[in-house]
Design a protein around this ligand. Structure first.
Ligand SMILES: Cc1ncc(COP(=O)(O)O)c(C=O)c1O
Length: 307
Protein backbone atom coordinates (compact mmCIF):
# COMPACT_ATOMS: atom_id res chain seq x y z
CA UNK A 1 0.00 0.00 0.00
CA UNK A 2 1.32 3.45 -0.92
CA UNK A 3 1.29 6.65 1.13
CA UNK A 4 -1.82 8.76 0.43
CA UNK A 5 -3.46 11.83 1.90
CA UNK A 6 -6.79 11.71 3.69
CA UNK A 7 -9.67 13.39 1.84
CA UNK A 8 -10.10 15.96 4.64
CA UNK A 9 -7.99 18.20 6.85
CA UNK A 10 -8.98 20.49 9.69
CA UNK A 11 -8.03 24.14 9.33
CA UNK A 12 -8.81 26.79 11.93
CA UNK A 13 -11.15 24.36 13.63
CA UNK A 14 -13.19 23.46 10.51
CA UNK A 15 -13.21 20.33 8.42
CA UNK A 16 -12.02 21.21 4.88
CA UNK A 17 -11.42 19.10 1.77
CA UNK A 18 -7.68 18.39 1.40
CA UNK A 19 -7.34 20.59 -1.73
CA UNK A 20 -8.88 23.63 0.00
CA UNK A 21 -6.45 24.04 2.93
CA UNK A 22 -4.67 27.43 2.58
CA UNK A 23 -2.12 29.71 4.25
CA UNK A 24 -1.45 33.30 3.11
CA UNK A 25 1.81 33.55 1.17
CA UNK A 26 2.91 36.60 3.22
CA UNK A 27 2.13 34.97 6.56
CA UNK A 28 4.95 34.85 9.13
CA UNK A 29 4.41 31.06 8.97
CA UNK A 30 5.73 31.16 5.38
CA UNK A 31 8.15 34.09 5.42
CA UNK A 32 9.78 33.42 8.83
CA UNK A 33 8.72 29.83 9.64
CA UNK A 34 6.66 30.98 12.66
CA UNK A 35 5.13 27.56 12.80
CA UNK A 36 5.27 24.85 15.45
CA UNK A 37 3.94 21.36 15.10
CA UNK A 38 3.58 17.79 16.23
CA UNK A 39 3.83 14.62 14.17
CA UNK A 40 1.60 11.96 15.67
CA UNK A 41 0.54 8.46 14.69
CA UNK A 42 -2.55 6.39 15.07
CA UNK A 43 -2.33 2.59 14.84
CA UNK A 44 -5.07 0.35 13.53
CA UNK A 45 -5.90 -2.83 15.46
CA UNK A 46 -7.74 -5.32 13.24
CA UNK A 47 -8.89 -7.60 16.02
CA UNK A 48 -10.41 -4.77 18.05
CA UNK A 49 -11.57 -2.86 14.92
CA UNK A 50 -10.09 0.14 16.68
CA UNK A 51 -7.71 2.96 15.84
CA UNK A 52 -5.45 4.11 18.69
CA UNK A 53 -3.72 7.51 18.69
CA UNK A 54 -0.37 7.02 20.41
CA UNK A 55 0.58 9.32 23.31
CA UNK A 56 -1.66 12.12 22.09
CA UNK A 57 -1.64 14.00 25.40
CA UNK A 58 2.16 14.10 25.49
CA UNK A 59 2.21 15.48 21.92
CA UNK A 60 -0.36 18.14 22.82
CA UNK A 61 1.67 19.14 25.89
CA UNK A 62 4.80 19.53 23.73
CA UNK A 63 2.85 21.56 21.18
CA UNK A 64 1.85 23.97 23.97
CA UNK A 65 5.48 24.25 25.05
CA UNK A 66 6.68 24.95 21.49
CA UNK A 67 3.93 27.57 20.95
CA UNK A 68 4.86 29.23 24.25
CA UNK A 69 8.57 29.50 23.37
CA UNK A 70 7.83 30.72 19.83
CA UNK A 71 5.22 33.13 21.28
CA UNK A 72 2.35 32.11 19.07
CA UNK A 73 -0.51 34.28 20.33
CA UNK A 74 -3.81 33.39 21.96
CA UNK A 75 -6.03 30.94 20.11
CA UNK A 76 -9.16 28.95 20.95
CA UNK A 77 -7.70 25.49 20.29
CA UNK A 78 -6.86 24.17 23.73
CA UNK A 79 -5.81 20.58 24.40
CA UNK A 80 -9.36 19.29 24.80
CA UNK A 81 -10.42 20.90 21.51
CA UNK A 82 -7.36 19.54 19.68
CA UNK A 83 -7.82 16.04 21.12
CA UNK A 84 -11.38 16.01 19.87
CA UNK A 85 -10.44 17.40 16.45
CA UNK A 86 -7.76 14.76 15.94
CA UNK A 87 -10.33 12.01 16.54
CA UNK A 88 -12.98 13.83 14.46
CA UNK A 89 -10.57 14.10 11.53
CA UNK A 90 -9.68 10.41 11.67
CA UNK A 91 -13.39 9.53 11.66
CA UNK A 92 -14.08 11.98 8.81
CA UNK A 93 -11.39 10.23 6.77
CA UNK A 94 -12.87 6.84 7.74
CA UNK A 95 -9.38 5.81 8.86
CA UNK A 96 -9.14 2.05 9.28
CA UNK A 97 -5.39 1.71 8.77
CA UNK A 98 -2.34 3.29 10.37
CA UNK A 99 -2.06 7.03 9.93
CA UNK A 100 0.53 9.78 10.36
CA UNK A 101 -0.89 13.16 11.37
CA UNK A 102 0.46 16.67 11.75
CA UNK A 103 -0.92 19.35 14.04
CA UNK A 104 0.46 22.80 13.22
CA UNK A 105 0.03 26.13 15.01
CA UNK A 106 1.35 29.17 13.15
CA UNK A 107 0.98 32.91 12.61
CA UNK A 108 -1.18 33.61 9.55
CA UNK A 109 -2.13 36.57 7.29
CA UNK A 110 0.50 39.22 6.58
CA UNK A 111 2.91 40.33 9.27
CA UNK A 112 6.54 40.73 10.23
CA UNK A 113 8.88 38.16 11.71
CA UNK A 114 7.85 39.33 15.20
CA UNK A 115 4.08 39.03 14.66
CA UNK A 116 2.42 36.82 17.27
CA UNK A 117 -1.10 36.77 15.81
CA UNK A 118 -3.48 35.87 14.31
CA UNK A 119 -2.84 32.23 15.09
CA UNK A 120 -3.83 29.62 12.55
CA UNK A 121 -3.92 25.85 12.83
CA UNK A 122 -4.28 22.78 10.72
CA UNK A 123 -4.38 19.06 11.24
CA UNK A 124 -3.54 16.67 8.42
CA UNK A 125 -3.92 12.95 8.04
CA UNK A 126 -1.73 10.80 5.78
CA UNK A 127 -2.12 7.05 5.42
CA UNK A 128 1.41 5.79 5.75
CA UNK A 129 2.25 2.08 5.82
CA UNK A 130 5.40 0.71 7.46
CA UNK A 131 8.57 1.41 5.53
CA UNK A 132 11.06 -1.15 4.25
CA UNK A 133 13.73 0.62 6.33
CA UNK A 134 11.84 0.08 9.56
CA UNK A 135 11.89 -3.66 8.87
CA UNK A 136 15.28 -4.18 7.20
CA UNK A 137 17.24 -1.26 8.61
CA UNK A 138 18.94 1.76 7.08
CA UNK A 139 22.44 3.05 6.50
CA UNK A 140 23.59 6.36 7.96
CA UNK A 141 26.29 8.94 7.43
CA UNK A 142 27.78 11.14 10.13
CA UNK A 143 26.96 14.51 8.66
CA UNK A 144 29.37 17.35 8.05
CA UNK A 145 26.50 19.63 9.08
CA UNK A 146 26.37 20.43 12.81
CA UNK A 147 23.12 20.15 14.80
CA UNK A 148 21.47 23.40 15.76
CA UNK A 149 22.08 24.30 19.39
CA UNK A 150 19.79 25.21 22.25
CA UNK A 151 20.96 28.82 22.14
CA UNK A 152 20.34 29.37 18.42
CA UNK A 153 17.52 27.25 17.01
CA UNK A 154 16.50 25.22 20.05
CA UNK A 155 15.88 21.63 18.90
CA UNK A 156 13.82 21.07 22.07
CA UNK A 157 11.19 23.28 20.43
CA UNK A 158 9.43 21.44 17.60
CA UNK A 159 9.47 24.34 15.20
CA UNK A 160 9.38 24.03 11.40
CA UNK A 161 12.21 26.61 11.35
CA UNK A 162 14.59 23.96 12.71
CA UNK A 163 14.06 21.58 9.86
CA UNK A 164 16.38 23.30 7.40
CA UNK A 165 19.19 21.79 9.48
CA UNK A 166 17.94 18.22 9.14
CA UNK A 167 17.12 18.82 5.48
CA UNK A 168 20.72 19.78 4.69
CA UNK A 169 22.03 16.68 6.45
CA UNK A 170 19.43 14.32 4.93
CA UNK A 171 20.03 15.58 1.40
CA UNK A 172 23.79 15.35 1.79
CA UNK A 173 23.46 11.77 3.06
CA UNK A 174 21.20 10.80 0.17
CA UNK A 175 23.52 12.40 -2.37
CA UNK A 176 26.42 10.44 -0.88
CA UNK A 177 24.51 7.15 -1.15
CA UNK A 178 23.27 6.73 2.45
CA UNK A 179 19.68 6.40 3.64
CA UNK A 180 19.92 8.87 6.51
CA UNK A 181 22.18 11.19 8.51
CA UNK A 182 23.46 11.41 12.07
CA UNK A 183 24.15 14.95 13.25
CA UNK A 184 26.77 15.80 15.85
CA UNK A 185 26.56 18.70 18.29
CA UNK A 186 28.89 21.71 18.01
CA UNK A 187 31.12 19.98 20.58
CA UNK A 188 31.29 16.85 18.42
CA UNK A 189 29.00 14.54 20.39
CA UNK A 190 26.36 12.34 18.81
CA UNK A 191 23.05 14.22 18.71
CA UNK A 192 20.22 12.82 16.58
CA UNK A 193 18.98 12.19 13.06
CA UNK A 194 17.23 14.80 10.88
CA UNK A 195 13.86 13.70 12.28
CA UNK A 196 14.57 11.10 14.92
CA UNK A 197 16.51 10.42 18.10
CA UNK A 198 19.23 7.77 18.22
CA UNK A 199 20.04 4.86 20.51
CA UNK A 200 23.10 2.61 20.54
CA UNK A 201 23.46 -0.73 22.26
CA UNK A 202 26.80 -0.97 24.04
CA UNK A 203 27.80 -3.86 26.28
CA UNK A 204 24.23 -5.12 25.97
CA UNK A 205 22.65 -1.91 27.26
CA UNK A 206 20.84 0.97 25.53
CA UNK A 207 22.71 4.29 25.43
CA UNK A 208 21.22 7.54 24.14
CA UNK A 209 22.29 11.21 24.24
CA UNK A 210 21.00 12.91 27.38
CA UNK A 211 18.60 15.86 27.21
CA UNK A 212 21.37 18.46 27.42
CA UNK A 213 22.74 17.28 24.04
CA UNK A 214 20.56 19.59 21.88
CA UNK A 215 18.03 16.88 21.03
CA UNK A 216 14.31 17.10 20.61
CA UNK A 217 12.85 15.62 23.80
CA UNK A 218 11.32 12.79 21.86
CA UNK A 219 8.19 11.02 23.02
CA UNK A 220 9.33 7.81 21.33
CA UNK A 221 12.69 8.08 23.10
CA UNK A 222 10.83 8.35 26.40
CA UNK A 223 8.62 5.37 25.47
CA UNK A 224 11.63 3.20 24.59
CA UNK A 225 13.56 4.14 27.73
CA UNK A 226 10.55 2.98 29.74
CA UNK A 227 10.02 -0.19 27.69
CA UNK A 228 13.72 -1.09 27.88
CA UNK A 229 13.62 -0.64 31.68
CA UNK A 230 10.60 -2.95 31.84
CA UNK A 231 12.67 -5.50 29.88
CA UNK A 232 15.44 -5.25 32.49
CA UNK A 233 17.62 -2.97 30.34
CA UNK A 234 18.18 0.42 32.00
CA UNK A 235 19.22 3.10 29.48
CA UNK A 236 22.37 5.15 29.96
CA UNK A 237 21.61 8.79 29.05
CA UNK A 238 24.92 10.57 28.46
CA UNK A 239 27.18 12.34 25.96
CA UNK A 240 28.26 9.91 23.24
CA UNK A 241 31.53 10.20 21.31
CA UNK A 242 31.48 9.84 17.51
CA UNK A 243 33.62 6.71 17.45
CA UNK A 244 31.20 4.95 19.82
CA UNK A 245 28.96 4.77 16.77
CA UNK A 246 31.48 2.38 15.22
CA UNK A 247 31.85 0.39 18.46
CA UNK A 248 28.13 -0.17 19.02
CA UNK A 249 26.66 -3.70 18.84
CA UNK A 250 23.36 -2.25 17.58
CA UNK A 251 21.93 1.16 16.73
CA UNK A 252 18.53 2.54 15.81
CA UNK A 253 16.68 5.76 15.10
CA UNK A 254 13.43 6.38 16.91
CA UNK A 255 10.63 8.87 16.48
CA UNK A 256 6.95 9.05 15.73
CA UNK A 257 7.63 9.08 11.98
CA UNK A 258 10.64 6.73 12.01
CA UNK A 259 9.13 4.49 14.70
CA UNK A 260 12.05 2.16 15.55
CA UNK A 261 14.34 2.02 12.51
CA UNK A 262 17.42 -0.18 12.86
CA UNK A 263 20.72 1.28 11.61
CA UNK A 264 22.77 -1.48 9.99
CA UNK A 265 25.82 0.53 8.84
CA UNK A 266 27.35 3.91 9.73
CA UNK A 267 29.88 5.62 7.45
CA UNK A 268 30.17 2.35 5.52
CA UNK A 269 31.09 0.32 8.63
CA UNK A 270 28.66 -2.43 9.68
CA UNK A 271 26.94 -1.89 13.02
CA UNK A 272 27.53 -5.14 14.96
CA UNK A 273 26.79 -8.00 12.59
CA UNK A 274 25.40 -5.59 9.99
CA UNK A 275 21.83 -6.83 10.45
CA UNK A 276 18.92 -5.97 12.73
CA UNK A 277 20.13 -6.64 16.29
CA UNK A 278 18.13 -8.68 18.84
CA UNK A 279 17.57 -5.84 21.35
CA UNK A 280 16.46 -3.47 18.58
CA UNK A 281 14.07 -6.14 17.25
CA UNK A 282 12.65 -6.83 20.73
CA UNK A 283 12.10 -3.12 21.45
CA UNK A 284 10.52 -2.61 18.03
CA UNK A 285 8.14 -5.55 18.58
CA UNK A 286 7.06 -4.25 21.96
CA UNK A 287 6.67 -0.71 20.62
CA UNK A 288 4.30 -1.81 17.83
CA UNK A 289 2.37 -4.13 20.16
CA UNK A 290 1.79 -1.30 22.63
CA UNK A 291 1.06 1.41 20.08
CA UNK A 292 -1.59 -0.74 18.39
CA UNK A 293 -3.07 -2.00 21.66
CA UNK A 294 -2.18 -5.65 20.92
CA UNK A 295 -0.37 -5.39 24.25
CA UNK A 296 -2.82 -3.91 26.78
CA UNK A 297 -0.11 -2.39 29.03
CA UNK A 298 0.04 1.40 29.39
CA UNK A 299 -3.61 2.06 28.39
CA UNK A 300 -3.08 5.77 29.17
CA UNK A 301 -0.77 5.96 26.12
CA UNK A 302 -3.61 5.15 23.68
CA UNK A 303 -6.58 7.29 22.71
CA UNK A 304 -9.24 5.14 21.00
CA UNK A 305 -10.90 6.87 18.04
CA UNK A 306 -13.99 4.72 17.57
CA UNK A 307 -16.01 4.67 20.78
C1 LIG B 1 14.55 16.29 15.03
C2 LIG B 1 13.69 15.25 15.65
N1 LIG B 1 14.20 14.51 16.65
C3 LIG B 1 13.47 13.55 17.23
C4 LIG B 1 12.18 13.26 16.82
C5 LIG B 1 11.39 12.20 17.51
O1 LIG B 1 10.42 12.80 18.34
P1 LIG B 1 9.10 12.06 18.71
O2 LIG B 1 9.48 10.72 19.21
O3 LIG B 1 8.50 12.87 19.80
O4 LIG B 1 8.27 11.98 17.50
C6 LIG B 1 11.62 14.02 15.79
C7 LIG B 1 10.25 13.83 15.30
O5 LIG B 1 9.64 12.86 15.20
C8 LIG B 1 12.39 15.02 15.19
O6 LIG B 1 11.88 15.76 14.19
Amino acid sequence: MATRNGDYMIQNGRLVPFAEARIHCLSPAVTSAVNVFEGIRAYWNDEQEQLHVFRLDEHLARLDYSAKVMRIGAHPWDRDALREMVCDLLRANAARESVHMRIHLYVDEDGFMTATEPAGMFISCVFRPRTRQSMEGCTAQVSSWTRLSDNSGPPRVKSSANYFNGRLAALQARQDGYDNAILLTASGHVCEGPGACIFLIRDGRPVTPDRSQHILESITRDTLIRLAAEMGLPTEERAIGRTELYAAEEAFFCGTGNEVTPIVAIDGLPVGSGGVGPITAALQDRYFALASGRDPAHPDWRTPVYV
